[in-house]
Design a protein around this ligand. Structure first.
Ligand code: PLP
Length: 417
C-alpha cells in the first residue's frame, strides 16, 4: 500500500492494463462455463446509473427510487412466475442468500406455530425442525442451511433418479415441523425436481416447501419449458437470481415468500430512525441494512425484455443447448444427460480423454467450458445462459470441440498419422 495516492486516470489505466487480461470473457457469446450468463447492455448501463446515484436502498426516506423500484420488480416477478399474489419478497446478493432469507422465514413460521419465537430466543432449546433435500442438492443450499443453524449433516437426503431429480415416494416420514428443499435446474443436468408430486407429499404433513430455482425458475416463463416446473405455485418460498439467466450484472438475488408476514417478522429491525412503517421499507424485508439499489438493473432487464423477451431468451438458449447435444452426438460423442433445459454434459470417452479435451478447449480459446463429474464419470459441462450467444457461436464452438478432440485423442492420432 503506497503512502501517497495517484491520479484517478492513472488508477483506471493500471486497472485496465493489469486487470482486463485477468478477466474471463463472460460477456462474449461463447462462454459456457457454469450458469453465469452475460449482462444485457442495458442492465450494465442501469447499474452505472445506480452507482452514479450512490443510493443506499435501506429505507424509503433515504432513497425513494430504490424502494419504489424494489416494490415494482418484486410485484412483476411474482406475476411473471405466477406465484401467489400476496407473497412478500426481498432482493439480496444471490440465490444462496435468497435461500437464507426464505428459509429464515420458514424457520420463523414453523417455530411460531409451536409457540417459539426464534428471533428472540434463538435456536438453542428450540423444537427441532427436520430438513429434507434431494441427494443432488446444490452446495450453496447446504451452506444456507448451515448458516441458519439447520446443520449440513442433519438433513435427510432423498434418493434421486438418473437425471438427479428427487424421488417424492422416497421422502421420509418424519415427526414435527419439516422443511423440504426442492430444486429447479440441476446445475449439471438442468433437470427439475417434480414439484407437484413433492407438494402432494408435503401438504398433508404441513411441511414448508422451499424451491431453489436459481436458474430453473425462469423455465416458468417459457411456454415450452413450463411443464418442467408444474406445481410451482403450491410451494411456500422461492429463491432465484437475475444474474444467471435473466442476464443482469452479478449480485442480484431474489427471495419470494408466500407468508409475507413470516418474512417480515424474520427480518424485522427496530430503531427510532428506521420507521415509520407506512411504506415498504427494504431493510425490514431482507438480511441487510445498507445495500445497493439492485432493483435498478432488475427493473431495466424486465422492462427491456418484457415477458415475451424473457421467454425468448430462455427458449433460445435451451435451443442452443440442444444444437450442442445434436452436433456432438453426430460427431460420435456421448451426451450424458437428457437435455431438457440449457445444460449439456458430454463425455469424450474415458475420464482422461474428456479431461484432455476440456483442457484443449480452454487453451484454444474459441469458447470456454469447464468440467464436472456426473454419475461417477468425468464430463465437459456446457451451460448456455447468455443473451449474446448466436447460432454461429454454437457452430464455431462445436467445431472447436471437435478439433480439440482430434488433437488430444490418442486413438485418433494413431489413425491419422
Ligand atoms: C447458482 C446456483 C445457486 C447459487 O446461486 P448464487 O447466486 O451463486 O448464490 C444455487 N442453486 C443452484 C441450483 C444454482 O445453480
Amino acid at each position: 500500500m503506497a503512502a501517497d495516492g495517484v491520479a484517478p486516470e492513472t488508477v483506471l489505466r493500471l486497472l485496465h492494463e493489469a486487470g482486463s487480461p485477468g478477466t474471463m470473457a463472460v460477456m462474449g457469446g461463447r462462454f459456457f462455463g457454469g450458469v453465469i450468463g452475460g449482462s444485457l447492455p442495458v442492465t450494465v448501463a442501469a447499474h452505472w446509473l445506480a452507482d452514479a446515484w450512490d443510493q443506499n436502498a435501506c429505507l424509503y426516506e433515504i432513497s425513494p427510487v430504490s424502494a419504489y423500484l424494489e416494490e415494482v420488480v418484486l410485484g412483476w416477478l411474482i406475476r411473471l412466475f405466477r406465484l401467489p399474489a400476496n407473497s412478500g419478497g426481498a432482493l439480496v446478493t444471490g440465490t444462496q442468500m435468497a435461500d437464507v432469507t426464505a428459509l429464515a422465514a420458514a424457520r420463523h413460521a414453523l417455530l411460531r406455530t409451536l409457540g417459539w419465537d426464534v428471533e428472540s430466543e434463538g435456536l438453542f432449546g428450540a423444537p427441532p425442525i427436520s430438513v429434507i433435500v434431494g441427494d443432488e442438492v446444490h452446495a450453496t443450499m447446504l451452506k444456507a442451511l448451515a448458516l441458519l443453524g439447520f446443520g449440513r449433516a442433519r438433513v435427510h437426503r432423498v434418493p434421486v433418479d438418473n437425471q438427479g431429480r428427487m424421488l417424492p415416494a422416497r421422502i421420509p416420514k418424519v415427526d414435527g415441523p419439516v422443511v423440504i428443499c426442492a430444486q429447479l435446474g440441476n446445475v449439471n443436468s438442468g433437470a427439475c425436481d417434480p414439484l407437484r408430486d413433492i407438494c402432494d407429499v408435503a401438504k398433508p404433513i404441513g411441511a414448508w416447501v422451499h424451491v431453489d430455482g436459481a436458474f430453473g425458475l425462469w423455465a416458468a416463463v417459457a411456454p415450452k419449458r413450463r411443464h418442467l416446473v408444474l406445481g410451482l405455485e403450491q410451494a411456500d418460498s422461492w429463491a432465484t437470481d437475475g444474474h444467471k439467466w435473466l442476464n443482469t450484472p452479478q449480485d442480484c438475488g431474489i427471495a419470494i415468500v408466500r407468508d409475507k408476514e413470516a418474512l417480515r417478522q424474520a427480518m424485522a429491525i427496530t430503531a427510532a430512525y428506521y420507521g415509520p412503517l407506512s411504506k415498504r421499507e427494504p431493510m425490514q424485508w431482507c438480511p441487510d441494512s445498507s445495500r445497493r439499489a439492485r432493483a435498478v438493473e432488475l427493473w431495466a432487464a424486465l422492462r427491456t425484455l418484457g415477458r415475451s423477451g424473457i421467454a425468448a431468451q430462455v427458449e433460445r438458449t435451451c435451443r442452443h443447448a440442444s444444437t450442442f447435444a445434436e452436433g456432438l452426438r453426430e460427431a460420435g460423442h456421448e451426451i450424458l444427460n437428457e437435455v431438457v433445459l440449457n445444460q449439456v454434459l458430454v463425455s469424450f470417452g474415458s475420464d482422461e480423454q474428456t479431461e484432455r479435451v476440456i483442457a484443449r478447449v480452454q487453451q484454444d480459446g474459441t469458447c470456454w467450458c469447464g468440467g464436472t463429474v456426473w454419475k461417477g464419470r468425468k464430463a465437459m459441462r456446457i451451460s448456455v445462459s447468455s443473451w449474446a450467444t448466436t447460432e454461429d457461436d454454437v457452430e464455431k464452438s462445436i467445431r472447436a470441440m471437435g478439433k480439440a478432440y482430434e488433437e488430444t485423442c490418442p486413438a485418433h492420432r494413431h489413425d491419422t498419422f
